[in-house]
Design a protein around this ligand. Structure first.
Ligand code: TXA
Ligand code: MG
Length: 332
């Protein structure tokens, strides 16, 4: 059974040594907890797939420390890549680029491209610096399940399969990084996240192919598991509703209503006065705040034994795109 280690300097060094010996270490990032293996330990990388129950052709993201040399890990740092690194690293942006000769195919799912990102979480940064090579890490959950944003979530899902979970401050972003592919022209948004398409376009000085376009052609990114239609799923049945439809909805069993607008919350509180077994969770009316607690809320509904989880429909704006994307998948 795994133990949760506090992020003391000594524990971080011990975890870095474990990674270098070929063990798996779960660690916090600013997005979600990752399940890490040093990229130069192919057996450890293969163990990630075993622990998660994830198909081995799904590529992993390689995490690097701020300022670490990318030589050998990516084919080249193009001017566009450099601009994006300068603007958004360390932070929740993964760049898919041609891989370098040292990046093993185990990490890239056999592809000649690699997803690379530099996280901003202080514990992740210290761990990466001490490890000295990139660390491949998917989210530290079982395949298809909700990504973990607490060490306790990792323990509950993977505790029987991995030796060590490094703790740290709660992820500030709360949902997985934005993934941008620089393989195509224009670059394409493979997964929406806290860094929006507009922010990226501004830095590049050109439009990028929006995620909605990529969805129309699923063949374009078959290997993005976060792009599978059903993903991030709790056990409770998730549905997404506009505030005005709430009173007309059939609710059955124990239900959690989660919203942020006055309109939705007013309806939700009214429903609670009429029916027993309704819980209302009011979130701050900000996409970044909703993202931060989204996965913990999905898990909480399961812990409380809710059969149904009703989320407010997010507005259709770039700011809300990532939250809307994760909710859609959770409800699929
Ligand atoms: O925020 C995050 O990105 C978190 C933390 C731990 O860093 N990691 C994460 O990893 O979400 P994971 O494995 O759950 O999702 C990574 C996604 C996958 O859907 C994978 O298919 C995609 O990145 N990806 C990685 N390399 C790729 C490549 N070469 N081409 C296309 N997609 C790639
Ligand atoms: Mg994942």
């Amino acid at each position: 059974m795994a133990s949760i280690s506090s992020p003391s300097a000594g524990n971080i060094l011990a975890c870095a040594s474990a990674l270098k010996r070929g063990e798996l270490v779960a660690f916090p990032t600013e997005t979600v907890f990752g399940l890490g293996a040093a990229v130069d330990q192919p057996e450890a990388v293969r163990n990630i797939f075993r622990a998660k129950g994830r198909p081995s052709e799904h590529p992993l993201i390689a995490h690097v420390a701020p300022g670490a040399s990318l030589q050998g890990w990516v084919r080249e740092v193009t001017p566009a890549m450099q601009k994006l690194m300068d603007a958004f690293w360390p932070g929740p942006l993964t760049l898919v680029v041609p891989k370098g000769e040292c990046m093993p195919l185990e990490v890239t799912g056999g592809q000649d491209s690699v997803g690379i990102r530099c996280p901003s979480h202080p514990v992740a940064i210290e761990l990466l610096k001490a490890t000295g090579v990139p660390v491949a890490a998917p989210s530290a959950n079982r395949f298809g399940k909700v990504s973990p944003t607490r060490a306790s979530h990792v323990l509950a899902e993977l505790g029987d399969r991995i030796p060590c979970i490094l703790d740290g401050e709660i992820p500030q972003v709360g949902i997985e990084s934005t993934i941008l592919s620089l393989l195509s022209d224009p670059p394409a948004l493979l997964r929406p996240g806290a860094i929006t398409a507009d922010q990226i376009s501004l830095v590049l000085g050109r439009a990028v192919t929006p995620h909605s376009e990529m969805l129309k052609d699923p063949g374009a990114s078959p290997r993005v598991s976060g792009a599978l239609e059903k993903h991030y799923s709790p056990d409770a049945k998730v549905c997404i509703l506009q505030a005005d439809l709430l009173p007309k909805t059939i609710l059955s069993g124990k239900v959690m209503l989660v919203g942020w607008s006055d309109e939705f919350l007013t309806q939700a509180h009214w429903l609670r006065t009429r029916f027993s077994d309704i819980l209302v969770e009011a979130l701050p009316n900000q996409p970044s705040e909703v993202a931060r607690v989204l996965y913990a809320t999905l898990r909480q509904a399961d812990e409380l034994g809710c059969q149904q989880l009703v989320f407010e429909q997010p507005p259709v704006t770039g700011q809300w795109e990532a939250v809307a994307d994760r909710l859609k998948r959770a409800s699929a």
